[in-house]
Design a protein around this ligand. Structure first.
Ligand code: UD1
Ligand code: UDP
Length: 369
């Protein structure tokens, strides 16, 4: 059996790693002949958004890199469509028996379309998440991918409910937990707060901020307001900002660095980033994955968005949605809360236990039988 995994952007890598690993183990244990092929679309190509994850997460080298690179939504999606169609029809491994896609990026939806048109069974890891915000490109990607998927693997009960409401047959839906948390728990021992403090020259309290959503960093007006807001956070605490390339230039032009407590750094490797997050007093983010990781690490997270497709991080975690206008006051509240009150003690979401990869592999092997 040929299983092809599609990855392309930073958040895909920590989701795919435990699935590939568990599938290899379970297939070997069951004596099932499963060949796994790892495709990198090349949506992300910078060393710091891509290669570092392969090294740190023990992912196999991609068997193929389509090299699609950056572009408009249409250009990027189209390049993945063309590249994957050719690969699935003419690739040296033959026609896939199963295509596995992850998350909600452009590479995910493009792969789903190709698999569906070629009638290749499609599994979606992280199915059913909904922000109900059609202005988010990822929401479009989620809706289309789930509509086309044959096997829908969910991280949380709300996702299962959304798919049910959309009419997906229950036998296609599997609540398996969160593979991104498998990766987090597997590497917990290497998230070194002291090393992070040394690296970033931090001796007191600090915040970590990551911001890359179009709604926050694409328009000049939003960027200007964001810089003012970040300065009001930096008035209270050191802010380390490992900035994604999207919006970086705009934030710099808007005067981001005109504050001596703003520390701009390049995007960090997975282990370095989570070492820094683990020791932070507060995280400010618009990332999907970071909302989940802070929930499990017990670090207070303020999400600069009007909605989240991951509400379980609010009900079972440390996450809160905030507006730009509220952010400084919410940071002040978090900093005024004794850390033992925010450090552990809540129930993390069910099945975020480090065993999602094995559960997913079990479902996939049943599909292949
Ligand atoms: C993509 C995903 C988003 C995800 C984010 C994770 C889509 C629609 N968006 O957004 O859901 O949260 O990845 O990081 O798929 N760039 C580089 N180097 C790279 C890649 C990109 O400098 O290796 C720059 C380019 O200027 C590019 C811009 O970043 O135009 C945006 O890249 P793109 O892949 O289109 O979307 P992201 O904003 O990264
Ligand atoms: N991440 C990282 N280095 C950074 C910022 C984020 O390793 O400088 C990791 C983060 O821990 C998580 C993943 O990247 O595992 C999330 O990706 P991102 O925020 O780019 O995408 P999203 O989750 O918003 O789609």
């Amino acid at each position: 059996h040929l299983v092809v995994h599609i990855t392309g952007a930073r958040p895909n890598f920590p989701k795919a790693a435990p699935v590939i690993d568990a599938l290899a183990r379970q297939a070997a244990a069951a004596g099932q002949d499963v060949r796994q092929v790892l495709v990198h679309t090349g949506q992300h190509y910078d060393e710091r958004l891509s290669d570092v994850f392969f090294r740190q997460l023990g992912l196999p080298e991609p068997d193929v890199n389509l090299g699609v690179g950056s572009g408009s939504h249409a250009e990027q999606t189209a390049a993945v469509l063309v590249g994957l169609e050719k690969l699935f029809l003419e690739g040296e491994w033959g026609r896939p028996d199963l295509v596995v896609v992850y998350g909600d990026v452009n590479s995910t939806v493009a792969a789903a379309l190709v698999a569906a048109k070629l009638q290749i069974p499609l599994a979606h890891v992280e199915a059913g998440l909904r922000s109900f915000d059609p202005s988010m490109p990822e929401e479009v990607n989620r809706l289309v991918t789930d509509r086309l998927a044959d096997v829908l693997l969910c991280t949380s009960a709300d996702a299962v409910a959304h798919l049910g409401n959309e009419g997906v047959a229950p036998e296609r839906i599997h609540l398996v937990g969160n593979p991104m948390i498998d990766t987090l728990l597997a590497h917990l021992g290497s998230f070194d707060v002291e090393l992070a403090r040394k690296r970033h020259d931090l001796d007191g309290r600090y915040a970590v901020a990551t911001l890359h959503r179009p709604a926050n960093v694409d328009s000049a007006q939003d960027v200007q307001a964001l810089v003012t807001t970040l300065h009001s956070v930096a008035d209270q605490v050191e802010v380390v900002l490992p900035l994604h390339p999207r919006g970086r230039e705009a934030l710099l032009s808007a005067g981001l660095l005109d504050h001596d407590r703003i520390r701009l750094v390049e995007p960090l490797g997975y282990v370095e980033f989570l070492g820094l997050v683990r020791g932070a007093d507060v995280v400010v983010t618009d990332s999907g994955g970071v909302q989940e990781e802070t929930t499990v690490l017990g670090v207070p997270c303020l999400t600069l968005r009007p909605n989240t497709e991951r509400p379980v991080t609010i009900t079972h975690g440390t996450n809160r949605l905030v507006t730009r206008d509220e952010l400084a006051a919410r940071v002040a509240e978090v900093l005024a809360t004794p850390s033992e009150e925010t450090d552990g003690g809540w129930p993390v979401p069910p099945l975020w236990d480090g065993q999602a990869g094995p559960r997913i592999a079990k479902v996939l092997l049943e599909v292949l039988r």
